[in-house]
Design a protein around this ligand. Structure first.
Ligand code: 9MR
Length: 369
């Protein structure tokens, strides 16, 4: 009896001395949607061990920021480089995460050989279809049953609602879209398939994406979700317009995913996320190299909150919210479209600390459960 009492006291003391685990992002939103982030090479390979640990703690979904783009994964025809994508997938599996492949068809970062023959002439439609099929089939079947969802086609539509003139459109024609989804589906019938794009709040793009969903569905081709990249600034997009697109896509019977989330606090040089845009550095466009003034930081917090409110309002339609990167220092925003700026667009700061506003949101949600 005495011994039992002593054990009891010892256990109680041990329990009291272990600080309660801090609530995490993925726990806070567990009833609503997955919370994801994009991984860079240092995070995948564990050189950035601190980030790896925090990513595993806070996120339950990951996407490859760059290592599955065609110029990286198939730099020469038939020569695939899986040296980053394999450990990326393994990391997701070890941590029980929902893994997204990004991206099978994209005009940007397209392997240079893709549309040309050995003489440097454009290949025929048949050859381009064969290359498209081989690229998609190789990737999707390698990770069959392990990658749960693919960004099949990325950024194929312009803001005016026309199809972007890419080598795929020029050489194959409009049906490259349905072919891409079909090839992906054949390679892994259980994988979810997505169309992913930026500037989704624009009316032209909204309508054309709706049309794309209808076209695919009318042909019996699988599409599970629309990925709304949410690369935003302090003054764009208008939240109402973003919401209109979100509800318009969901009304077509697909899920919505917020796929590439970040808020730049810097003066707008370009809206959207056209990777090829480049503007020379100008000091006055980099106003916060040493930190954000309080009022700017508060405005950023408010914008974050207004979008979190929107996602929660539509949690029945949204299956995942993914930040485009882990901490501020990693973000592509620091160099786009103007290199060398200091931005603060993500959920974790440069010291890899959760931003106070994010911690507040987590606490509010956990306390309300
Ligand atoms: O964040 C990515 C950056 O590191 C790359 O240099 C760039 C080009 O590959 O792509 C960035 O990610 C883009 C994503 O793949 C598609 N939507 C726009 C993203 C930001 O440019």
């Amino acid at each position: 009896m005495k011994r039992q009492l002593l054990w009891g006291i010892a256990l109680l003391a041990a329990a009291c001395s272990t600080p309660p685990a801090e609530p995490t992002l993925k726990e806070a939103f567990a009833d609503e949607f997955l919370v994801g982030t994009a991984l860079n090479a240092a995070q995948i390979m564990g050189q950035d061990r601190e980030a790896q640990v925090l990513i595993a703690t806070h996120f339950n979904s990951i996407v490859a920021e760059n290592c599955m783009k065609s110029e990286e994964i198939q730099p020469e025809e038939g020569k695939f480089d899986f040296s980053l994508s394999d450990p990326f997938v393994a990391f997701g599996e070890e941590n029980d995460m929902f893994i997204i492949g990004h991206t099978l068809v994209w005009h940007s970062q397209l392997a240079p050989w893709f549309p040309f023959d050995k003489e440097g002439n454009k290949v025929s439609r048949e050859v381009m279809i064969e290359r498209l099929k081989s690229h998609i089939t190789t990737l999707v079947s390698r990770y069959r049953g392990r990658i749960q969802g693919w960004d099949v086609v990325n950024e194929a539509i312009l803001e005016d609602g026309t199809l972007r003139p890419t080598p795929f459109l020029e050489i194959i024609g409009e049906d490259y879209l349905e072919l891409a989804f079909q090839f992906a589906h054949e390679a892994d019938p259980d994988a979810e398939l997505y169309y992913n794009d930026y500037s989704m709040a624009s009316e032209g793009k909204r309508n054309r994406v709706v049309q794309l969903i209808r076209d695919l569905k009318a042909k019996g081709i699988r599409i599970d979700a629309v990925g709304m990249q949410n690369h935003m600034g302090m003054d764009y997009p208008a939240i109402e317009e973003f919401e209109k697109s979100l509800t318009a896509f969901a009304a077509e019977g697909v899920k919505v995913m917020i796929t590439e989330w970040d808020i730049t606090v810097l003066p707008t040089v370009r809206m959207g996320a056209e990777v090829s845009d480049r503007v020379a550095y100008a000091k006055q466009m980099n106003p916060y190299p040493d930190g954000m003034p309080d009022e700017v930081s508060q405005a950023w917090d408010e914008r974050l909150r207004s979008f979190v409110d929107l996602y929660e309002k539509h949690a029945d339609k949204i299956s995942r919210v993914t930040a485009w990167g882990f901490s501020d220092g990693d973000s592509w925003r620091n160099d786009w479209p103007m290199p060398g700026r200091t931005d603060y667009p993500l959920l974790f700061d440069r010291e890899k600390k959760l931003k106070p506003v994010v911690q507040e949101i987590i606490n509010e949600k956990i306390n309300n459960k």
